[in-house]
Design a protein around this ligand. Structure first.
Ligand SMILES: N[C@@H](CCC(=O)N[C@@H](CS)C(=O)NCC(=O)O)C(=O)O
Length: 209
């Protein structure tokens, strides 16, 4: 069975959404990111991945795959009939990669990551200054489209839904971009997305208690 190393509401949430949209079962291992411990047995997570970052997907053959863009596409390709990624060779496959790169670099690493890892205003000034310009790109794109790529939900939507979900706790009101607010609402109405978020919110609450 596939295994996913994750942390509640971290970027690994999009991999959980992808697994659920694909209808794939997996074993989920919770990782405490600050201590780098695997919750169930206190193992050092860096023994699983030297990057010390989630997601890590353990494949059926035991190989480990990291980086959301790779993990998400791998999951999509396990169930091509679900249409979670355009077929390789189709130009839309590169559109999908274009969005995964943009979300990973420009929203996640440039804004969300510093916001949740660094608290001081000096470190956060630059990321905060750039975020409106960054978000105007998917907002304009989604003003006339239901999904990021093509006519159906793909793993790029799983990743953007996660990133937009974290805007509020990061101090940014998504309502400033009506197309993004409407898109997030549409994504959250999908049963797999809703259930994945509910599962991780419950785990997050339990961790905080
Ligand atoms: N480029 C990686 C970034 C992964 C990443 O930064 N994950 C965060 C959680 S959202 C993490 O585990 N951070 C812990 C750390 O970097 O020490 C991806 O897109 O998967």
């Amino acid at each position: 069975m596939l295994q996913l190393y994750f942390s509640p509401l971290a970027c690994s949430l999009s991999s959980r959404i992808a697994l659920m949209e694909a209808g794939l079962e997996a074993r989920y291992h919770l990782v405490h990111l600050r201590t780098k411990k695997v919750a169930e047995d206190e193992r050092d997570f860096r023994g699983i991945s030297p990057k010390g970052a989630v997601p890590v997907l353990v494949l059926e053959n035991g190989e480990r795959l990291s980086e959301s863009a790779a993990v998400l596409q791998y999951i999509a390709d396990l169930k091509p009939e679900r249409g979670l990624a355009p077929r390789p060779g189709d130009v839309d496959r590169y559109r999908l990669q274009e969005w995964l790169s943009f979300i990973g670099a420009e929203i996640h690493k440039a804004f969300l990551f510093p916001t949740f890892w660094y608290q001081d205003d000096a470190s956060l000034a630059k990321p905060r200054a750039r975020i409106a310009q960054t978000l105007s790109v998917p907002s304009a794109h989604l003003a006339t489209r239901e999904f990021l790529v093509g006519e159906c939900f793909t793993v790029a939507d799983a990743h953007l839904a996660w990133a937009l979900l974290l805007l509020r706790p990061a101090g940014v009101d998504v309502a400033q971009w009506p197309p993004l607010a409407a898109y997030l609402e549409r994504m959250q109405a999908r049963p797999a997305v809703r259930d994945a978020i509910a599962t991780e919110m419950a785990l997050r609450k339990a961790m905080a208690a």
